[in-house]
Design a protein around this ligand. Structure first.
Ligand code: GTP
Ligand code: MG
Length: 233
């Protein structure tokens, strides 16, 4: 037995320089790479009226393509993309909902619990119409995704000149003028919402950590009592 331990000890001793070397390499190169992964994917839902370009925006951002022949969405479509934003790598699950009236009842199912919601409207429509649609979709989100980062995207901006996008101090107040056709502002829109959703998730995680009750203060449980019986002092 002692021999075995001694043998084991010698092996470990032999490995020691290698471990120290690998630790140094990690400290030099591993720490230089400042990226980290966000474990839980972010759920992003695209909502809005039929034909405004939700599927085109999703496909442009996820696949880098614009498909003019694509028909209306039935039910919903799911796409996913892995992105790195400000050094954090995260999977974004994009739920592209159908805008047609007959699928409306399904939308809450897809938006439920979303961390990001993008309300898409047609930039060529009248401003009053645009505002009404955005307000209406915002209202619907209150029930299913009250904590979501919500941004509005006036799509098809290649067909008109709607003015500059509102700066994204908080995407919830921002309107992005996008074009799935020309890729204008599409990356900016998704980058901003992902960034804000990540910082919101970080803040929530910190709150949870701080709110964990002091374990010492917990009242004794049955398990404690049983242990005391099994091992009396
Ligand atoms: N010019 C222009 N056309 C666009 C743009 N985005 C989408 N379209 C066109 O608008 C039409 C509708 O686009 P979709 O992406 O299918 O719209 P949708 O919102 O997904 O529609 P539903 O699935 O029915 O809700 C298609 O003919 C697209 O080619 C854009 O940025 N510019
Ligand atoms: Mg669609």
């Amino acid at each position: 037995m002692c021999e075995m331990i001694d043998h084991q000890f010698r092996i470990n001793e032999g490995r020691r320089p290698r471990i120290i070397y690998m630790t140094l390499v990690y400290m030099l190169f591993g720490c230089a790479d400042k990226t980290r992964s966000h474990m839980k994917p972010l759920k992003c839902v695209l909502i809005g009226e039929a034909g405004v370009g939700k599927s085109s925006l999703a496909s442009r951002w996820v696949n880098g393509k614009f498909d003019a022949e694509k028909g209306p969405t039935m039910g919903a479509a799911y796409l996913t993309r892995r992105v790195t934003v400000d050094g954090v790598t995260v999977n974004v699950d994009v739920w592209d909902t159908a805008g047609q009236e007959r699928y409306r009842a399904l939308t809450p199912m897809y938006s439920r619990g979303a961390e990001i919601a993008i309300i898409v409207f047609d930039a060529t429509e009248k401003p009053t119409q645009q505002r009404m649609q955005v307000a209406d979709w915002r209202e619907r989100l209150k029930e299913t995704a009250p904590n979501a980062i919500v941004a509005a995207a006036g799509n098809k901006c290649d067909l008109c000149s709607p003015g500059p996008s509102v700066p994204a101090k908080s995407p919830s107040d921002a309107t992005y003028w996008t074009s799935a056709l020309t890729n204008e502002n599409v990356d900016e829109l998704f980058h901003d919402v992902v960034k804000h959703a990540l910082s919101r998730a970080d803040a929530a995680a910190t709150r949870v950590t701080l709110e964990v009750p002091d374990l010492v203060a917990l009242p004794p449980t049955r398990t404690h009592q049983r242990c005391a019986q099994c091992f009396p002092r």
